[in-house]
Write a protein that binds this ligand. Structure first.
Ligand SMILES: NC(=O)c1ccc[n+]([C@@H]2O[C@H](COP(=O)([O-])OP(=O)(O)OC[C@H]3O[C@@H](n4cnc5c(N)ncnc54)[C@H](O)[C@@H]3O)[C@@H](O)[C@H]2O)c1
Ligand SMILES: O=C(O)C[C@H](O)C(=O)O
Length: 320
């Protein structure tokens, strides 16, 4: 972390998610400067001015600026990448693979060049495959390339539990592992309400309904919005990760990371509990899964692997 000047967070893609992350961070005031980078430079400039003024309103010292070119995104401590297309109704996140992989490749090469010490938080979809692309294109250690999805998926599950119960808001700890796809792995066995196991307060049918809704939580919102996907909860979840890194909290959050033997998997990205701190993903926690949970995790990793295979078959990583 740079000690001479305040902490600097870059955000590539100042659309719905990126701008909301920036706003959230500006209100928290943990970093000194937030730099927005988007191809739509005028829009980014307008949003940056608007957010700096909002920061002044709440007496936050954070300033929001714009990088007109990726070469101006220098010496960031953390860079959040939300550049790319969101899905539309009827699409799966995987349908975004090739279009967003190309964008990710381009922006990650710039980040690696101009902010070589940054910790990268990937947001663009399909999340696990884009985190894999970011890792390969940056050449960074795996601890410095982390995908955001698990906090979002767990928060969704918690909200659905609260809705079903009608009580317990703020006291629910929901757990979701695996990739950020339709076969993500919600873990009712590791979910509690004020410390009480979920199975003590809900029936099996109710829990299954919540699991199903969590898996399709992103699509549910796309179905309403029509022109794009969710951004308030995704942005807040991303800001939680940025804060954990900047403040070196060493707290555990579900994040997408490159697995190198953990859970029995290699050379794939998936969502697992991770300790976040100043050095990024400082530790991967291996929780005990029962046979059914292991099977679900296996399926989820296989889906991410298919996307990586598809990139390889398209010679995406060749010539590097
Ligand atoms: N991981 C998650 O849980 C999660 C949650 C929500 C959204 N997402 C994903 O995040 C991405 C962004 O979603 P959104 O709703 O903000 O979309 P958006 O369309 O509102 O914003 C994307 C922005 O990226 C910009 N952009 C495109 N190419 C660029 C480039 N090369 N350099 C700089 N900027 C570029 C666009 O101009 C646009 O402003 C999508 O891929 C979406 O699927 C992931
Ligand atoms: O659903 C999407 O496409 C966006 C994001 O991954 C989400 O879960 O909200």
């Amino acid at each position: 972390m740079n000690k001479e000047r305040g902490k600097r967070v870059g955000i590539v893609g100042a659309g719905n998610v990126g701008a909301t992350v920036a706003y959230s961070l500006a209100m928290l005031g943990t970093c000194h400067e937030i730099i927005l980078r988007d191809n739509k430079i005028e829009v980014a400039k307008g949003k940056a001015l608007d957010m700096s003024q909002a920061a002044a309103a709440v007496r936050s010292h954070t300033v929001v600026t714009v990088a007109e070119d990726i070469s101006q995104l220098t010496d960031c401590d953390v860079v959040v990448v939300t550049a790319g297309s969101p899905r539309l109704p009827g699409m799966s996140r995987d349908d975004l693979l090739m279009i967003n992989a190309k964008i990710t490749k381009e922006v990650i090469q710039g980040i690696a060049k101009y902010s070589p010490n940054a910790i990268i938080i990937m947001v663009s979809n399909p999340l696990d495959a884009m985190t894999y692309v970011a890792l390969k294109e940056s050449g960074f250690d795996r601890s410095r390339v982390i995908g955001m999805a698990g906090i979002l998926d767990s928060s969704r599950m918690a909200a659905f539990i609260q809705e079903k119960l009608g009580y317990g808001g703020g006291q629910i700890r929901a757990s979701v592992m695996g990739g950020h796809g339709d076969d993500m792995v919600p873990l009712p066995r590791y979910s509690t309400v004020a410390g009480v196991p979920l199975s003590d307060v809900l029936t099996d049918d109710e829990i299954n309904e919540i699991v199903h809704r969590t898996r399709h939580g992103g699509a549910e919102i796309v179905g309403y919005l029509k022109t794009g996907s969710a951004y308030y909860a995704p942005a807040k979840s991303t800001a939680i990760m940025v804060e954990a890194i900047l403040k070196d909290t060493k707290q555990i959050h579900p994040c997408a990371v490159y697995l190198d033997g953990e859970y029995g998997y290699n050379d794939v990205v998936s969502g697992v509990p991770v300790m976040l701190g100043a050095n990024g993903a400082e530790k991967i926690i291996e929780v005990t899964l029962d046979e059914k949970e292991k099977d679900m995790f296996k399926n989820s990793c296989a889906s991410v692997q298919e996307l990586i295979d598809s990139l390889n078959n398209n010679k995406f990583f060749e010539g590097e």
